[in-house]
Design a protein around this ligand. Structure first.
Ligand code: SAM
Ligand code: DTB
Ligand code: SF4
Length: 693
């Protein structure tokens, strides 16, 4: 999640510093100096009912554009073939429609998409607003990307377009994303907006989750007859600033230097490429306005030593092993390749076994006893088929009693529980507000639920309240806030009492993932607000699986509707026996959790003495220390391992790029002396790893 203030700082730095930072990001993520050539074709020109103030195709303005019919399919395919021969690898078809209407014309567009795709080109369409079903049809026809621009900031938008809202646009983008089509979304500069509008536009784009794969940055082409005909030309350096900032905020995205290139000198374009633009529209026409000559563009790229993105080989030609090997090699170069490394046997400052229950003698003894008593080690099937063993019901009732909830339900993993609860309780027509740092399993659950997802800044209750107000429930729509109670990579705690009050005031149901907090902090049980709490058992309970605490009726509903529960073989009944024993220890020995919290306070204090700051709540057992760079974080982890400490580097995409960190965790069995040694050694390793080689 990018904060506006941070983006403002990036955007407003001295121009050359900004360009330098952007260039560095650019070469890191796009080392081949390639520029993609795209070809635009207006397949249905003019006569549009919308009032976009920049657009020569609006029927409301009298411009030189003549309204035409939808082009014939052959004409489109011929143009695509010619574009391919001219070196384009992407073909974008635009229609001057407010929105797509189902019918023969849309069916013809679907045929065009299939035809262009079969030429081996990426296919993009920009047809106005589309529904989820239309997006699915376009995806099935072979569409690569859909272009739908936000155009400007939410604040300035109303001065440019009044016939459709920003929200409408976001809805189309969501429909595109849900259909698995890649998102092309950008804006126009030079319409009279201020610097802060440009910053807010970039913020909105970068904070889409995930950000668009493609961001076209257009300079207004002022067209006679439109309300913006007399806008003064955009200063080229402002264009460069926007491109550079887009590159920094969205490192992997294609940043497209789009409309307005005729108004830029070759030198200004060169600066745009240097700052991270890696695509242009070629051909003598954009949709209706002129564009530089194709030969001139080829010469310009050659002069600058830039390569044309090569034409796409048919996908089947690359064996999957080769594709995987290439991706792994690239990850390796960036310090992002993961390996299943065995623990080196050093002192454990990385596991989530906070209370030591993974090896606790009382749990081990209970497990041996259960085995001896004949508790089966296999469940024999899903719970609704043959696998409903007595151990599960015992575990569920003991857990519910401990949590103070009416009922509980046992899942095979935390991932299965999060996905299973979210997809069962949240319908496609509902709204889910999701904390920006939520765990991948919550993100995946919301994606699968197919609901409208609104990402809210991390634990920002003011923003949450504003967001609730901006997205009221319509009709029988339900709204949910999904949040973790102790964030696994940041170590901070959600203020649950305040969140419950806020949700109650706004009629929003709460779903809390208590993965790291279970058995460390007291949880939240508020039946009228909290729909469910989810307790993955692989952390303080030292096992695996997950328990969902909820009312009896919700649990019964999950048994009937939660697909990851229904269609998974039940875990081993021995796991349930192990968890019952782990719960007993956690209940009977609250001093274990107290010890962990006390060590966490101690460790934070010691790290501070060595000039280091761990994120998170003072007594949180998770102490992340930000390093920033992925490779540096790996070097620190290696150095610590050599010194006999197990700590782990956490890199993107688990955490945002540029915020790689060492995640230290505390455990009940550890001594204060060990924590002191850790802090001292950590300070040394970190300063050594940060020295230039
Ligand atoms: N009707 C569809 C829509 O609005 O989504 C598709 C076509 S529309 C022409 C595509 C985009 O082109 C617009 O969103 C806008 O960003 C850009 N555009 C249109 N006229 C422009 C102009 N005069 N100067 C710069 N960009 C322009
Ligand atoms: C985008 O952002 N720019 C391109 C593409 N998406 C479709 C369109 C530019 C159109 C410029 C005005 C015209 O030629 O009509
Ligand atoms: Fe119509 Fe698109 Fe032009 Fe707006 S930008 S007037 S919707 S063609």
């Amino acid at each position: 999640m990018w904060e506006i203030s941070e983006i403002g700082r990036i955007y407003r730095q001295p121009l050359l510093a900004l360009v330098e930072q952007a260039h560095e990001t650019h070469v890191h993520h796009h080392p081949n100096a390639e520029v993609q050539l795209c070809h635009l074709l207006s397949i249905k020109t003019g006569g549009c009912p919308e009032d976009c103030a920049y657009c020569p195709q609006s029927a409301r303005y009298s411009t030189d554009v003549e309204a035409g019919k939808l082009l014939a399919n052959e004409e489109v395919l011929t143009a695509a073939q010619r574009a391919k021969e001219g070196g384009s690898t992407r073909f974008c078809m635009g229609a001057a429609w407010r929105q797509v209407k189902e019918g023969p014309e849309f069916d013809r567009v679907l045929d065009m998409v299939s035809g262009v795709a079969s030429l081996g080109l990426e296919v993009c369409c920009t047809l106005g607003m589309i529904t989820a079903t239309q997006a699915q049809k376009l995806a099935a026809a072979g569409l690569t990307a859909y272009n739908h621009n936000l155009d400007t900031s939410p604040e300035f938008y109303g001065q440019i377009i009044t016939t459709r809202t920003y929200e409408d646009r976001l809805q189309t983008l969501e429909n595109v994303r849900s259909a698995g089509i890649s998102v092309c979304c950008g804006g126009i500069l030079g319409m009279g907006e201020g610097e802060s509008d440009r910053i807010r536009l970039l913020a909105t784009l970068a904070n889409l989750n995930p950000p668009p794969e493609s961001v076209p940055i257009n300079a207004l082409v002022p067209v006679a007859g439109t309300p913006l005909a007399d806008r003064p030309a955009l200063n080229a350096f402002e264009f460069v600033r926007a491109i550079a900032t887009a590159r920094i905020l969205m490192p992997s995205t294609k940043v497209r230097l789009s409309a307005g290139r005729l108004g830029l000198s070759d030198e200004a374009q060169a600066l745009c490429f240097y700052a991270g633009a890696n695509s242009i529209f070629v051909g003598d026409r954009l949709l209706t306005t002129p564009n530089p000559d194709l030969d001139h563009d080829h010469e310009l790229l050659a002069t600058l030593g830039l390569n044309r993105e090569p034409s796409h080989a048919p996908a089947a030609a690359v064996p999957i092993e080769q594709a995987c090997a290439a991706a792994l090699a690239q990850a390796d170069r960036r310090g992002l390749r993961r390996e299943l490394a065995p623990a080196a046997g050093g002192e454990d400052f990385c596991s989530n076994d906070y209370l030591g229950l993974a090896t606790h003698p009382a749990v081990r003894a209970a497990l041996a006893e259960a085995m001896a008593a004949g508790v089966p080690h296999g469940s024999t099937g899903a719970r609704l088929v043959s696998g409903n063993q007595a151990q599960f019901s015992l575990l569920e009732s003991e857990f519910a009693a401990w949590r103070g909830s009416e009922s509980a339900l046992f899942y095979s993993s935390g991932y299965a529980a999060n996905v299973g609860v979210l997809t069962a309780l949240i319908r496609a027509q509902d709204i889910a507000f999701s904390d920006a740092l939520n765990h991948a399993s919550l993100i995946d659950g919301l994606r699968l639920a197919g609901c409208r997802k609104v990402v809210v800044p991390h634990l920002d209750l003011n923003a949450l309240e504003t967001t609730f107000r901006r997205h009221p429930a319509m009709g029988d729509q339900r709204r949910f806030f999904v949040v973790e109670s102790l964030f696994s990579m940041d170590g901070d705690r959600a203020p649950l009492a305040d969140i419950v009050a806020l949700c109650r005031r706004n009629g929003v149901s709460l779903i809390v993932d208590e993965a790291h907090a279970t058995a460390i902090y007291p949880g939240v049980v508020v039946p009228d607000v909290v729909a469910a709490t989810i307790h993955p058992c692989g952390k303080a309970l030292g096992a695996s699986g997950a328990l969902v605490a909820a009312s009896s009726v919700v649990c019964e509903y999950l048994v009937n509707h939660s697909r990851s529960f229904i269609y998974s073989t039940a875990p081993s009944p021995l796991l349930a026996a192990q968890l019952r024993a782990a719960l007993r220890v956690a209940r009977q020995k609250p001093e274990l959790a107290e010890r962990v919290r006390q060590l966490a306070r101690k460790a934070r204090g010691k790290l501070r003495e060595h000039g280091l700051r761990a994120l998170g709540a003072e007594d949180s057992p998770i102490l992340p220390v930000i390093v920033g760079d992925d490779c540096t974080s790996l070097r620190v982890a290696d150095a610590m391992r050599r010194e006999g400490f197990e700590v782990r580097a956490i890199r993107s995409p688990t955490v945002p790029e540029g915020s790689a960190r060492l995640r230290l965790t505390m455990h009940a069995w550890q001594s204060e002396a060990a924590v002191e040694r850790l802090a001292a050694q950590f300070g040394r390793c970190l300063s050594e790893a940060s020295q230039p080689a």
